[in-house]
Design a protein around this ligand. Sequence first.
Ligand code: NAP
Length: 258
Amino acid sequence: MTVLVTGATGHTGRHVVAGLAAAGVKTRVLVRDRAKAPEGVDVVQGDITDLAAAADGIDAVYLLWPFFTAAGIDLEPLRGKKIVYLSAMAAEDGGVWGDVEAAVRRVTDDWTVLRVTGLATNTLGWAEQARTGVVRGPYGQAKRSLVHERDVADMAVKALTEDHARQTYLVTGPEALTQAEQARLIGQALGKPVRWEEQPLDEAKTQLAHHMGEEFAVNALRHWASLVEEPEPVSLDVARVAGHPARPFEDWAREHFS
Ligand SMILES: NC(=O)c1ccc[n+]([C@@H]2O[C@H](COP(=O)([O-])OP(=O)(O)OC[C@H]3O[C@@H](n4cnc5c(N)ncnc54)[C@H](OP(=O)(O)O)[C@@H]3O)[C@@H](O)[C@H]2O)c1
């Protein structure tokens, strides 16, 4: 069996590559820059919008879709293959993740969807501010069950190497923490106090829209507002499928900030 890993230079993909190597699975990666490809794997250079060459002769794929819209997606080269797609819980409401899930189901019956609440790596965007002792953002009291990228990868390797066809898993951290608490734990890892400062909503919206587009920014802010009253869920799917409890955010922060 040969598995194609997309996003192999990214946070989850690099651990998927390592996990497949540990399991002795022949692996191919699709990378834009050959120089950044991991060692010991078959390398195809290209863009994810054209999967034809990378998909030729593979049996399964770890798929992520690194854009804020599904416009232009072409999964035809993956027809009939096993697809493990890194999605989001927000796919329930459609959006890019819902659209890509639908595109996946149109080309294969052998799909597994990994819906994450949020990746802990999102908080790497706070790194510069955290070093100054203050993280500024909207909705500090929003409670999120952020996921360690290695838990996503462990789930993906199981789904790629076992039969998890037509399963949608909810991939979360082991607890929901407020964003202010996440900042505090990053401070603990850095060995200095870090506090949260509430950012005015109009300023946050302008900043987010600049990076992600207006519609995405509005949806993200609406979602975070809802998480103040109703925290993101905590799922046992990591424990069930990967065979170990989900890794705590505190451990993630220590690994990435100390
Ligand atoms: N952030 C969240 O909370 C969240 C929640 C739910 C789902 N997700 C999904 O998770 C994905 C990110 O996963 P991640 O954290 O593992 O990745 P990541 O660290 O954000 O890295 C993105 C990867 O995609 C590759 N890539 C970007 N554009 C590409 C293109 N045009 N063609 C081929 N490869 C391309 C990058 O390769 P280069 O080295 O060439 O840049 C890199 O390997 C997002 O796209 C999103 O759909 C995220």
